[in-house]
Ligand binder design. Structure first.
Ligand code: PLP
Length: 372
């Protein structure tokens, strides 16, 4: 444990690769793309991409052009890098210069990309996203009609993929899923011969549906449950904080800002090295847990910026000493468990993991063999 930092984040790249293979087996003939936006959900885009490359992944999605610019030098030339939010007016040349494929979400983005292709006098590759019912990003039916009427607007664009995004893929039995899939099928016929992409993790792990040509896997790669329990994915992330200080208080004492918890018996408190500035949700004040030597200890009082307090009265004394490890994410508490306690989703727990953790990587099987 690096005691100069808030805690240690262990990222198991072998588990990541195992998750990649599990998804690949589920989607059969479709390719699995790695969604590595938001620094690979907080786990390190470069390290995660390298592990995915080792296992054969050649498609990578980020959200913003700045993420693509940072990642591109770490990818081989045969890897394709996609920008989900597309290319904004004025950023087209920068996007073309690094060879990233924008996901074109609107007629404006299409026109801007086509104009850039004309200016550069070469075809520029891109993806078109269509809105099949989520009403977030992508072409609306009226935009699709406009494209049908004016096919020249796509001149100069080398269309590599037509994609959509499902609103309810984390609930595979939701009736909106077949509706969106059918809507997308009908729209995609407007782009004959162009490969298709529909599914995120939840969609990819859904049985009995057509997965198109590329699935876009994020959370399931990182060990999050694609459909709630039971979770078939391997845990990738473990987070340990440490005990900064121990104290004993009398019955009636309060703890933390606002003294929102009061002890009804003489109690032991451990002050622990992680707070909301490290992405540990303040919403877990008086409701979350941590584990010391496998023994559960409740969070008492408010989570502070740089620390939180545990009631360790029921934890055996021999486990309690300064710098002792405190499990926040691990074998006793998954990212989905933490998310449920915090009224959020595992995605938010992961993407908020802050810069004050020492990130250590357990190697992929391939990398482990190379090191021997
Ligand atoms: C973030 C994102 C994904 C990945 O979703 P997961 O649920 O994490 O697998 C896929 N597609 C799009 C368009 C996204 O924005």
């Amino acid at each position: 444990m690096d005691l100069q930092m808030a805690g240690t984040l262990r990222i198991d790249l072998a588990a990541l690769v195992a998750n990649y293979r599990l998804i690949a087996a589920q989607v059969a003939s479709a390719s699995v793309a790695g969604v590595v936006k938001a620094n690979a959900y907080g786990l390190g885009a470069v390290e995660v991409s390298r592990a995915l490359l080792d296992t054969g992944c050649r498609h990578f999605f980020v959200a913003h052009l700045c993420e693509a610019t940072a990642l591109r030098p770490h990818l081989p030339t045969d890897a394709t890098l996609y920008v989900l939010n597309g290319v904004q007016p004025g950023a087209e040349a920068a996007c073309a210069a690094i060879g990233a494929l924008p996901v074109l979400n609107s007629l404006e983005q299409i026109d801007g990309w086509a104009a850039t292709a004309r200016a550069l006098n070469r075809a520029l590759p891109a993806v078109i996203q269509v809105d099949s019912g989520m009403s977030r990003l992508g072409l609306a039916p009226t935009d699709l009609a406009a494209l049908r009427d004016q096919p020249d607007r796509l001149a100069g664009i080398d269309l590599r993929l037509v994609m959509t995004h499902l609103a309810c893929a984390d609930h595979p039995d939701d009736s909106f899923n077949p509706h969106q899939r059918a809507t997308f099928d009908a729209i995609a016929r407007q782009f004959p011969g162009v490969p298709r992409s529909i599914d995120n993790s939840g969609g990819a792990m859904t049985s009995g549906v057509a997965h198109g040509d590329i699935v876009r896997a994020g959370i399931a790669l990182y060990g999050g449950a694609p459909h709630g329990e039971p979770n078939p994915m391997h845990a990738v992330v473990a987070l340990d904080a440490y005990i900064v200080q121990l104290r004993t208080v009398d019955a009636g004492a309060g703890v933390g800002y606002g003294l929102t918890h009061r002890f009804d018996r003489p109690s032991h408190i451990a002050t622990v090295s992680v707070g909301y500035a490290d992405g540990w949700p303040r919403h877990l004040s008086n409701r979350g847990f941590a584990y010391i030597g496998g023994v559960r200890a409740p969070i008492v009082g408010r989570v502070s910026m740089d620390s939180l307090a545990l009631d360790v009265t029921d934890v055996p004394d021999y486990l309690l000493y300064p710098a002792a490890a405190v499990e926040l994410i691990g074998p006793h508490q998954s990212i989905d468990d933490v998310a449920t306690q915090a009224d959020t989703i595992s995605y938010e727990i992961l993407t908020r993991l802050g810069p004050r953790y020492a990130r250590t990587y357990l190697p992929t099987p391939a990398a482990a063999i190379q090191e021997q």
